[in-house]
Design a protein around this ligand. Sequence first.
Ligand SMILES: [Zn+2]
Ligand SMILES: [Zn+2]
Length: 319
Amino acid sequence: MAQQTLILEPAVITQTCYNCKETKPIIEFRKRKSRKSGYGTLCKSCQRLQSLEYTRRNYEKEKARWTTKNLKRRDDEMFQKRRLKRAKERYREMHPKTPKIGYHWTDELDNKLRENIHLTWSELGDLFPNRTHQALRTRCNKLKLNHLSDCQILRARLEAKGKRKCTICGHPKLIERFYKNNYQCKECMKEYRQRPEVKKAKRKRQLNGCAYKRAYTYIKRGQGNGRKPLSKGTTLKYVLKLAKQQDHKSAISGKSLNKTWTPNDDANNPSIDRIDNNKGYEQGNIHWVTTQENKMRRDYPLTEFYEICKQITEHQTKL
Ligand SMILES: [Zn+2]
Ligand SMILES: [Zn+2]
């Protein structure tokens, strides 16, 4: 009741505004101590309009004043400190401090921890109530106990049952359904291998050390330097197919060719040879021979080369 009378009382007193010449209750005027009545001469709405008009007229000046004021406020260290303090207080109100529990480790508890070190962290937590995971861990470190990771422990338990968990599909399956030392099940691996990007990568890896590819690129790179160019039909695919047709054996001597490149082994490393030396590297005009044979033959026609070989062998057997 007392509050109501306080509000009602000034509402009864009225005053005329200087600007709009209206008589309004005294609440509509701002307080001003310097005046006799204790209130300003303009009503609140008139004053607001006047101040707005002033800022509109002196916009640049006012703006500069605001910015300097703000900058000053920003640089005020005391203000920042006070704000931080207030924020901390507010945080404490929302999150009151809990009393800290001192963990007392007795010999009995230490022994208990030592015996149950093979359990996972969550199981250990059940055995030691009121102790956090971090507290148990620090104690383990202090006692120099080696606790394996939860993942390793669970894996070992499954292996003891004769099972293993697949890392792709996540199902525990029998160990027989895994390849040796592999944590992906056979079905998942099969699906993985059939992906186009994996297939492509595998093929690239296989071709990396391939002797046939090396011989092929050797010709391809030397095309400009007096070497006859590869025609369009002789791709790497064709050349590899040709090697398969020859059963990975030399067309001249029947020697078996190296599938993987071995350095300084001209006797067995493969090389592409032209049958008719007047033609280029075309389809039907090439065959696989060893590097040594290719070097020996040089530019002689095949029949002449065979004749030379025959003469040499005949003469050597006579001796
Ligand atoms: Zn007014
Ligand atoms: Zn799987």
